[in-house]
Design a protein around this ligand. Structure first.
Ligand SMILES: [Zn+2]
Length: 389
């Protein structure tokens, strides 16, 4: 397979040759026409570190007692992957959130079996993100996670989850102020799992201790936190100030407002920001009422608790978040795309992903940005194969 598009670094066309799932050759071709037209960019495949579900499908389906949980998990994952790829997302981390341990194990087991059934899933899924149950039980920091299922950090319980996941958990979000958290962070790092700080009410000192213990990511900074935060000793300031932490950001305009995104990107610098969707199952669904009327998908795609302004999950995928981050911050398009390609790969320490270079994995997204600022996906390639549609 040969694909031509403009490189974001210098706006010049290149032709990328793909062989056996890898990038075999990258050639400058003056006068070459990009696939789909001269305005098409070729980028590493968009990589989303946090996806709960999309288009009516949910990695935590069993937790909600949805009929989906009885559907064929392989077909579900195939449909979900196709939907994500049609929005440019080539790589993603299915995210399992706080529930009773047995239910979390069942959810992890179900996704792991589906992922292992197919080579393309094994490429597209770069690991599972375990978000909870080792988080803060406080109102605000815990967000929508059910308080009764929050647990103290516990390596044995983590091992149960990792066994259920067939070793596929690659990132774990936890609150560092909880007793035992620092020991668990060290344990995660020793076992090749990225320790992420999130859903936390920690003081600044606990954040610094977590970083000393090996935490390297801040999960959706600015979300899953108190409505009011003291001006000193704040977990947000401390994480923004800490150069060792890559911060993930939901740049959908609802979870984070444009000014917050601008300030956060300036504080972290573009290379330490990873854009995530945190998309949920109602994302991508037509407007209307769902779950016996408890949730409403608005005409603009917002998902709210019916009759309230409260968000009930994120709906914008990386194609939208990249353009938002580009428009709202000082970043140029190349930097905004790197926040969804190079940085997530660095966060997971995957050095063959997130770059267009010989020997790297052939995960690619070709796209254009229309005059109305909508990103149009031309093609998404996963492991050397076309994955959209
Ligand atoms: Zn969260």
């Amino acid at each position: 397979m040969k694909l031509t598009g403009k490189l974001l670094d210098d706006s010049l066309p290149v032709t990328v040759t793909v062989e056996d799932g890898r990038i075999a050759h990258v050639a400058r071709e003056t006068g070459a026409t990009a696939l789909g037209g001269p305005d098409v960019w070729i980028a590493p495949g968009f990589h989303d570190l946090q996806v709960n579900g999309y288009g009516g499908r949910d990695f935590n389906a069993g937790s909600w007692g949805l009929e989906a949980s009885s559907a064929d998990p392989v077909e579900e994952l195939a449909a979900l992957q196709r939907d994500l790829a049609s929005h440019g997302t080539a790589l993603f981390c299915p995210t399992v959130v706080t529930d009773a341990p047995e239910q979390m194990e069942a959810n992890l087991r179900r996704i792991a079996a589906a992922v292992e059934s197919n080579a393309r899933f094994r490429t597209a899924v770069t690991g599972f993100h375990l978000e909870g149950p080792f988080i803060s039980p406080e109102e605000g920091p815990r967000g929508a996670h059910p308080v009764e299922h929050i647990r103290l950090p516990d390596a044995d319980l983590f091992d149960r989850f990792q066994d259920a996941a067939h070793g596929l958990i690659r990132m774990c979000t936890l609150a560092p102020e909880m007793p035992g958290a620092l020991g668990l962070i060290e344990y995660l790092v020793e076992n090749g799992v990225v320790a992420a700080i999130g859903h936390t009410g920690a003081g600044a000192a606990s954040i610094r201790d977590a970083v000393a213990a090996g935490a390297t990511v801040s999960t959706h900074i600015g979300n899953g936190c108190h409505a009011s935060i003291p001006r000193h000793n704040s977990y947000i300031w401390e994480q923004l100030a800490c150069d060792e932490l890559i911060a993930t950001l939901i740049a959908d305009g609802h979870h984070i407002e444009p000014a917050e995104a601008r300030v956060m990107v300036r504080a972290k610098r573009p290379q330490a920001v990873a854009l995530i969707s945190d998309a949920v199952r109602l994302a991508g669904m037509p407007p209307g009422l769902y779950a016996d009327g408890r949730f409403e998908v608005k005409a603009d795609g917002h998902i709210v608790l019916t009759g309230t302004p409260y968000l009930a999950g994120a709906s914008a995928l990386l194609d939208t978040c990249i353009v938002n981050a580009w428009r709202w911050t000082d970043m140029d398009l190349a930097q905004a795309v790197a926040c969804a390609t190079e940085t997530p790969a660095r966060a997971l320490r995957m050095d063959r992903k997130g770059r267009i270079a010989v020997g790297c994995d052939a995960d690619l997204t070709l796209f254009r940005v229309r005059e109305d600022d909508l990103m149009e996906i031309v093609m998404t390639v996963v492991g050397g194969e076309r994955a959209d549609g």
